[in-house]
Design a protein around this ligand. Structure first.
Ligand code: AVJ
Length: 333
């Protein structure tokens, strides 16, 4: 673009939409739907209704992740504290912090003074976390921070010595590029000797994995469809939700569940804030989420490349899920 005036007006438009969530949503959708294959950033799955549906997914018999991780944490919290000593606990994407209680119970045992910093993009989740933590552990100092992961990295130094929690296999939502950016940021901001507790879902029988993302009650399908219902609510996108199907399948080569919305009839997505219409043909699929699955040995080697040493690995007896305790490498090692 040679005209400097239009470059200026473009950049001021970029600033102007920061406080306009509908415009930002519409821009993200336009960006992803214009790509091949088409996609929509998975963070948009988690509006108030989406978060509610995710809580319901966690209760489905097929979705073993949450209850398996919770059992590991409940059994190992004491050992984890013994390794880290007394530290401030920071949680990335705390949500309502239900699983975190097992850790906080041990970290506050014996009257230890404990600060718990919960980071989440959802103010309602932070309120729920504060209410449940304060009720269960009155002496714990609760600090809620409404921020994205990246924006919270500066807290690590502020609260060092610390243990950063990143649970629920949320890291599985990152593709390789996003993952590298994330771990580089984490490693750059952790002080040597600080700890990181990572929960990851493991590679296993594809039938078990596909069942977890295709529950019989159809809650996961509802979760996928809610993204498009949200586009109707917030953007007046004009979509016929009856023509959208949930498709989740395991990609063995990439070791990940890929979730798509499949359009059974042709439709036009109206992105009114942008004055843009995007046509979709019958049979087209839009990727809405990836959920990567991990192999412990590969993961520990990978994390080692970011200066994160694996101090302990905790898993369940079926080896379906793992919780890794990492430590930022000390200087000169
Ligand atoms: C919260 C991102 C870890 O990928 O397993 C569950 C979200 N999506 N069922 C996952 C999810 C469909 C979940 N994470």
């Amino acid at each position: 673009m040679s005209d400097s005036k239009s470059a200026v007006s473009l950049s001021s438009a970029a600033c102007a939409d920061a406080g306009n969530p509908a415009l930002e949503f519409a821009r993200s959708v336009a960006l992803g739907l214009s790509d091949t294959p088409r996609w929509i950033p998975s963070r948009y799955l988690y509006d108030a209704r989406g978060s509610e549906l995710f809580e319901l997914i966690c209760e489905q018999p097929e979705y073993y992740l949450t209850r398996t991780e919770e059992a590991i944490l409940a059994a190992r919290a004491r050992e984890i504290r013994e390794i880290t000593g007394d530290v401030t606990v920071i949680e990335l994407g705390s949500g309502t912090a239900l699983k975190t209680r097992h850790l906080l119970r041990w970290y506050s045992e014996g009257g230890a003074e404990l600060s718990y910093v919960a980071v989440d993009v959802s103010p309602s989740a932070l309120q729920a976390a504060q209410a449940s933590i304060s009720a269960a552990f009155p002496p714990v100092r609760f600090i809620g921070v409404e921020a994205t992961y990246e924006d919270s990295f500066s807290l690590f130094k502020e609260y060092s010595p610390c243990l950063v929690l990143f649970l629920g296999s949320n890291v599985g939502n990152f593709n390789h590029a996003e993952s590298i950016g994330f771990w580089r940021g984490v490693s750059d901001h952790l002080e040597p000797g600080d700890f990181f507790l990572l929960g990851v879902d493991l590679v296993k029988d594809p039938a078990v994995l596909e069942a977890a993302y295709n529950d019989r009650a159809g809650i996961t399908a509802e979760f996928t469809k809610n993204l498009f219902a949200r586009m109707n609510r917030e953007l007046d996108a004009g979509l016929d939700l009856g023509a959208i199907e949930h498709v989740a399948r395991y990609n063995r080569e990439w070791q990940r569940i890929e979730t798509f919305a499949r359009f059974s009839r042709s439709q036009t997505v109206h992105l009114r804030p942008l004055g843009l219409d995007i046509p979709l043909r019958a049979g087209e699929q839009v990727m809405v989420e990836i959920s990567r699955k991990f192999v412990i040995e590969d993961l520990t080697r990978y994390l080692g490349c970011f200066g994160l040493e694996t101090r302990a690995v905790f898993t369940d007896e079926r080896r379906w899920f793992a919780v890794l305790l990492l430590q930022k490498r000390m200087e000169g090692r």
